[in-house]
Design a protein around this ligand. Structure first.
Ligand SMILES: Nc1ncnc2c1ncn2[C@@H]1O[C@H](COP(=O)(O)OP(=O)(O)OP(=O)(O)O)[C@@H](O)[C@H]1O
Ligand SMILES: [Mg+2]
Length: 155
């Protein structure tokens, strides 16, 4: 699972680490179930996660490396995908992209309007990710097989 606010650089990292057929973004899944890039309603998000969960399960059954790229890093959502991965016998890692909120916000302005994420959402996502990083730095035992924190700013 990737974690990072909108604009943090998750997809850029995913591109570095995996081939395109191994990465599944919730943005893509939302579009797949709604045809609307700007539809972030709870039911579309939930259906997008159903699509992602199905793909993850079918791929992990074949032992294929699979990355889920999305801004949704609530503990319950991470847990859902972690448990799904474990149930499929996979090693489950969390890749956190650590980027200052000011950078995430500045990057929104370069995007097409429909793809821009409102400032309050970016700040909310960033706070959730910052909390994940804080807990990791404090030495809290992570429920993941691996946790890697990378910079979304440096090359
Ligand atoms: N390390 C970096 N240095 C400079 N620019 C970067 C870096 N990583 C990403 N960017 C740029 O920042 C922008 C956002 O990156 P990216 O699309 O990877 O973010 P994201 O976390 O996937 O965002 P979203 O959640 O909205 O999909 C892109 O224009 C990308 O080129
Ligand atoms: Mg992305």
């Amino acid at each position: 699972m990737l974690a990072g606010a909108a604009g943090a650089g998750k997809s850029t990292w995913a591109e570095r680490l995996w081939s395109p057929s191994q990465v599944f973004a919730r943005d893509w899944a939302r579009l797949a179930v709604s045809d609307r890039p700007d539809d972030v309603s709870p039911d579309v998000r939930a259906d997008a996660d159903e699509v992602l969960a199905t793909i993850v399960r079918l791929r992990l059954r074949r032992g294929l490396p699979t990355a889920v790229d999305s801004t949704g890093a609530s503990e319950s959502r991470l847990q859902r995908f972690r448990e799904l991965g474990r149930a499929c016998g996979a090693r489950c890692g969390l890749l956190i992209v650590d980027t200052p909120v000011s950078v995430c916000l500045a990057r929104q302005t370069h995007r097409p309007r429909l793809e821009q994420v409102p400032e309050s959402d970016v700040r909310g996502q960033h706070a959730i990710v910052a909390d994940l990083i804080r807990r990791h730095a404090a030495g809290n035992p992570a429920p993941w097989d691996t946790v890697r924190i990378v910079s979304g700013v440096t090359p």
